[in-house]
Write a protein that binds this ligand. Structure first.
Ligand SMILES: NC(=O)c1ccc[n+]([C@@H]2O[C@H](COP(=O)([O-])OP(=O)(O)OC[C@H]3O[C@@H](n4cnc5c(N)ncnc54)[C@H](O)[C@@H]3O)[C@@H](O)[C@H]2O)c1
Length: 259
C-alpha cells in the first residue's frame, strides 16, 4: 500500500506534534508546517505565508491525502482570528486541488470546546463572509471594548460553523473530500500549561470547561485517536461533524439544545 501524504500544521508543538508523530510511526509521510523549525516554516497569520506554504507543499506532494490543521493561538489579540480561522480556511482552499487528486482525501481541523461558548457575533459573521479585514477590525473593536477574551471563542465557533457549511458542498463532498472537526477540552500543551499551573487560572478553566467524566485534562493521545479515526481512509461516511473530545464538557454546556 502506498504511504499516505499528510500535511499537519502546528506540527512544532502540542497536539500537532503528537498527530505528526502518530502518522510517522504508522509509516505515513508527513510535512509539518509551523512558524519555525518544521519541514515547512510559514506564518499562517498572513496570506503570503499561507500561499508560500501551499506552493511549498505543491512542490513536494502532487496529491495530498490528509490535512490536519492544528496551528492555532489562544492570545486575546485580533491576529488570533487570522491564525485560527483564515489560517485554516485559506490554507485548505489552497490545498483543495491537491486533495482532489488523492484517492481518499481526508481533512480534520482542530476547533475547541470554546466554540460552544458565547461568541462575538460580529467577529463570527465577518469570518463566515470570508472578509478577513472586517473580521480583524471587529476583533480590534472587541479589544477596545474589553471583550478580547471572546476573540478565541469566536474564531473557533466560526471555524466549526465553516466546517458544517462547507463539508456538504460540491467542492468538498462532491469531490469525495471528508471535512470534520475535533474540538478538544483542556489538554496540557504549552498553550495552556501556564494557566493550568496558576490556581486562579485553573479554577477559571475548570468552570469554563467542566469535564465530568474525569475531572482532569484530556490526554493528548485521546485527541490524536479522534483525529486518526476521522482521517482514516476507511472513514467513508462521516463528514461535516464536530467531534468534541472533552470528557463531557460540550454535553454539560449545551445539554440537549443540539443533537
Ligand atoms: N491545549 C488545549 O487545551 C486546547 C483546547 C482546545 C483546542 N486547542 C487547539 O488545538 C490546537 C493546537 O494547540 P496546542 O494545544 O497544541 O497548542 P501549542 O501552542 O502547543 O501548539 C500550537 C502550534 O501552532 C503554531 N502556530 C501558532 N501560530 C501560528 C502561525 N501564525 N503560523 C503557523 N503556526 C502557528 C505554534 O507555533 C505551535 O507550534 C490549536 O488550534 C488550539 O486552539 C487546544
Amino acid at each position: 500500500v502506498r504511504r499516505r501524504r499528510c500535511v499537519v500544521t502546528g506540527a512544532g508543538s502540542g497536539i500537532g506534534a503528537a498527530v505528526a508523530r502518530s502518522f510517522r510511526e504508522d509509516g505515513e509521510e508527513v510535512l509539518g508546517v509551523d512558524l519555525a523549525g518544521a519541514d515547512i516554516d510559514a506564518d499562517l497569520a498572513g496570506q503570503s505565508g499561507r500561499e508560500a506554504a501551499v506552493a511549498e507543499i505543491a512542490t513536494r506532494y502532487d496529491a495530498v491525502d490528509v490535512v490536519v490543521a492544528c496551528a492555532g493561538s489562544a492570545r486575546p489579540v485580533p491576529e488570533t482570528v487570522s491564525v485560527n480561522f483564515f489560517g485554516v480556511v485559506r490554507l485548505l482552499e489552497g490545498l483543495l486541488p491537491r486533495l482532489w487528486r488523492a484517492e481518499r482525501p481526508r481533512v480534520v481541523v482542530i476547533t475547541s470546546v470554546a466554540a460552544v461558548h458565547r461568541a462575538l457575533r460580529s467577529v463570527v459573521e465577518a469570518c463566515l463572509t470570508g472578509d478577513e479585514h472586517a473580521a480583524v477590525t471587529e476583533a480590534r473593536r472587541a479589544v477596545d471594548t474589553g471583550k478580547a477574551a471572546g476573540i478565541y471563542t469566536s474564531s473557533k465557533q466560526a471555524l466549526a460553523r465553516w466546517v458544517r457549511r462547507s463539508a456538504p458542498t460540491s467542492q468538498w463532498a462532491g469531490n469525495g473530500v471528508t471535512l470534520n472537526a475535533v474540538g478538544p477540552g483542556v489538554v496540557l500543551t504549552p498553550m495552556i500549561e501556564d494557566q493550568w499551573r496558576d490556581p486562579v487560572g485553573r479554577k477559571a478553566l475548570t468552570e469554563q470547561v467542566p469535564m465530568p467524566l474525569t475531572g482532569e485534562p484530556v490526554d493528548v493521545g485521546q485527541i490524536v485517536r479522534a483525529v486518526r479515526f476521522l482521517a482514516a481512509p476507511d472513514n467513508e461516511a462521516i463528514t461535516g461533524q464536530c467531534l468534541y473530545v472533552d470528557a463531557g464538557a460540550d454535553a454539560t454546556l449545551r445539554t440537549d439544545s443540539c443533537w
